[in-house]
Each structure stands twice: as structure tokens, then as C-alpha cells.
Design a protein around this ligand. Structure first.
Ligand SMILES: *Cc1c(COP(=O)(O)O)cnc(C)c1O
Length: 359
């Protein structure tokens, strides 16, 4: 009865609600450092906007075009408002891309490891997924190998920048060089979910490249630096020739009213974004210093997490969890991904790691 591609599917394992996990393990308080959420919360602008929301609107369908949010985001990223596609989280946009473009037998290229949703949706659409391993030493994408892996069957290429889980970042120049090698009928999806965390360069985004390439899609989310994960708002800038087809595939009311209100308020508080970026940069520095001191191998990250080689990773993860800190394993054997927390949280986790390896 099932579609052939669904039978063998590995579903995304979502985060367990913390209250359930605490109860299950008998640990009084668990801090989640496994989902790349913002440890500094959400802009107070959002709280105000949500509390001021007119509840009488609850019975009305949302604005299916998210017009206010659309105009504000378009102005912010300087694109035509008609090129924006909003999703119930960037997750939904990723699903929509697969649903709109992939036909059975198409090839989908991605670096590996990367965000697992690209593969999941490609598999559902019966694509052949081609994983191109990242550079083992630096964690950086092997763009030459990716370009060499393009065949006449290649339909989509996913590039997550900075990449989840490696945290590595590519400058727009490197992306441009790569795009020049990609045939015009292959769509390149650039997932910039963590772009706002980059501090290495002043203008880190590949946004300017949209003017040069008609086969480039750029994606952002409000879940990470804006601290709005529960509201589920993500968006993509889609090439003009493709946007109306993608809008036809999208569900008409995919973005609820309160999410639109929250995202708009979040966008309007760029001070919160700047502050978070600075605090994350401080945490990043502290983590790199710590991991170096411990002699642990890590990839240089420009995101809000670090990916490092942790001998006995599963035991370390359990030890941290028993002590109240949830981190992410299972992305690569013996590697862990830790989302930076507050200074106190980072210091506590670092102390636990030190103790674990000292014994
Ligand atoms: C978190 C994440 C997303 C999805 O974010 P949403 O919460 O669905 O907006 C997309 N891409 C990457 C790389 C992510 O890490």
C-alpha cells in the first residue's frame, strides 16, 4: 500500500519535550544544547506583539500571502517581494522544493554530513542522493568534488552555509566560483539558516549572487538567531521564473497569523540579533579555546554550535545528560554537536567534559 520510497524511510527524530525527558530520566532540570536554539531567548518585541494581538482574529484565516511580513522581509534582504516564499519553518520550504522539482530517478547532490531534511524529502520523491564527503580535516565542503559529481541527471544541489552540523562557512566568492560550474538547468539551494551568526566577514551572505544566477535559491529562518523556533517561520528567495509554480504547490494558509505577527516583530528588533551574534561569538571563542586545551579535534565554526570529535561520544553524551545537559550525537560516529549556551552553561558543560576525560 505504501509508496515504495516510504517503506525504507528513516524519519527525522524530533527533540523530546524537555519536561518529558526530565521526568523520564529523573533529572530535575535539563538544558537543551542539541537543537541550535537561541539560549538568550527571544526579542521582547515579539512578546509585546504577541500579547497585543487582537484575539478576535482567531476565527479568521490568516493572510495567505503574509503581506506585511513579505514587504518587511523584502525590504530587509533587498529583493522583490514577489520572489519570497514563506513556509511553516524552513523545513516546509525544503519539503516544497523536493515536491516541486524532483522526479523519480533525478539526482540530488549534497555535501556530507549536512542537514538531514534534504535527504529525507529527496528520498520520498524517489531521487538518487549523491553524498560528497566534506574535507575530513577542515570540515569544509569539497566544491571541486561536488562540481565533478554533477551529471545530466542532477536536478538539485544543496549547500548549507554555514553548514549544519560542521559549522563551516564559505565566503560568497567561493560560492560564485562554484555556481559558474553548475549548468543553468540545475537548481542550487543555499540554506543560510545560520548566516546571521557569521562574524568572519562583514557581508557574509550570498544574497548579492541572486542578481547573477537564475538557478539560485536562498533560504533563511526565524528559528535560530531570532529565537523563534516555536513559531515556525522560514522563507526562501526564489528565481522569478519559478516562484508562481512553487506558490501553487504551497498550502494556501501555511503560515498562521500569530507566526506572521511574531516574525515581523522579531525582524524589527535587529539590536537583539546583533547582541545575540556578539554573545555567540564570545561563546564560540571560549569553546575553541577549551577544545584546543583538551586536545579535542573540532571544525572551525561560524554558526552557534561546534562539531567535535569526542572519543566515547555516546557515553559522554549520557554523562552530560545525567548532569542536565542535552547535546547531539548520531550525526557522525564519535562526533558531537553542542549548541553554545549562556556563559554559565558553557562553563558547566566544559567542566563536565574535562571531568569525563580525566577519569
Ligand atoms: C534548523 C534548520 C532548518 C529548519 O529551520 P526551521 O525551524 O524549520 O525554520 C533548516 N536548515 C538548517 C540547516 C537548519 O539547521
Amino acid at each position: 500500500m505504501l509508496k515504495k520510497t516510504i517503506e525504507s524511510l528513516n524519519p527525522y527524530v524530533p527533540e523530546v519535550p524537555l519536561a518529558d525527558l526530565e521526568k523520564q530520566l529523573g533529572v530535575p532540570k535539563i538544558v537543551r544544547m542539541s537543537a541550535n536554539e537561541n539560549p538568550f531567548g527571544t526579542s521582547d518585541n515579539v512578546r509585546q506583539a504577541v500579547l497585543n494581538w487582537n484575539f478576535n482574529q482567531a476565527r479568521d484565516y490568516p493572510d495567505g500571502d503574509a503581506e506585511q511580513l513579505r514587504q518587511a522581509v523584502a525590504k530587509f534582504v533587498q529583493v522583490d517581494p514577489d520572489q519570497l516564499l514563506f513556509g511553516c519553518g524552513l523545513d516546509e520550504v525544503i519539503e516544497l522544493v523536493a515536491r516541486t522539482f524532483i522526479e523519480p530517478g533525478d539526482e540530488v547532490l549534497e555535501p556530507w554530513p549536512t542537514f538531514s531534511e534534504y535527504k529525507l524529502h529527496a528520498e520520498i520523491e524517489d531521487a538518487k542522493i549523491v553524498d560528497v564527503p566534506v574535507n575530513e580535516t577542515t570540515g569544509q565542503f569539497d566544491l571541486d568534488a561536488l562540481a565533478a559529481a554533477i551529471t545530466p541527471k542532477t536536478k538539485l544541489i544543496w549547500l548549507c552555509n554555514p553548514n549544519n552540523p560542521t559549522g563551516t562557512y564559505l565566503q560568497p566568492e567561493a560560492i560564485r566560483d562554484f555556481l559558474k560550474k553548475v549548468p543553468a538547468n540545475v537548481l542550487v539551494l543555499l540554506d543560510e539558516a545560520y548566516m546571521e551568526f557569521v562574524t568572519e566577514v562583514a557581508q557574509p551572505s550570498a544574497l548579492p549572487l541572486l542578481k547573477e544566477f537564475d538557478n539560485l535559491v536562498l533560504m533563511r529562518t526565524f528559528s535560530k538567531i531570532y529565537g523563534l523556533a516555536s513559531f515556525r517561520v522560514g522563507y526562501a528567495v526564489i528565481p522569478k521564473a519559478l516562484i508562481s509554480s512553487m506558490q501553487s504547490v504551497r498550502l494556501p494558509y501555511n503560515l498562521n497569523t500569530l507566526s506572521q505577527v511574531a516574525a515581523l516583530a522579531a525582524l524589527q528588533d535587529q539590536d537583539f540579533v546583533t547582541q545575540t551574534r556578539q554573545r555567540v561569538a564570545t561563546a564560540r571563542q571560549a569553546w575553541e579555546t577549551f577544545l584546543t586545551q583538551q586536545g579535542l579535534t573540532y571544525y572551525h565554526s561560524q554558526a552557534n554550535f561546534v562539531f567535535f570529535n569526542a572519543p566515547q561520544a555516546e557515553q559522554l553524551k549520557d554523562y552530560l545528560l545525567q548532569n542536565g545537559y542535552l547535546v547531539r550525537s548520531g550525526l557522525r560516529p564519535d562526533w558531537l554537536r553542542i549548541t553554545y549556551g549562556s556563559t554559565e552553561q558553557n562553563q558547566a558543560v566544559q567542566k563536565l567534559i574535562q571531568t569525563f576525560y580525566a577519569n
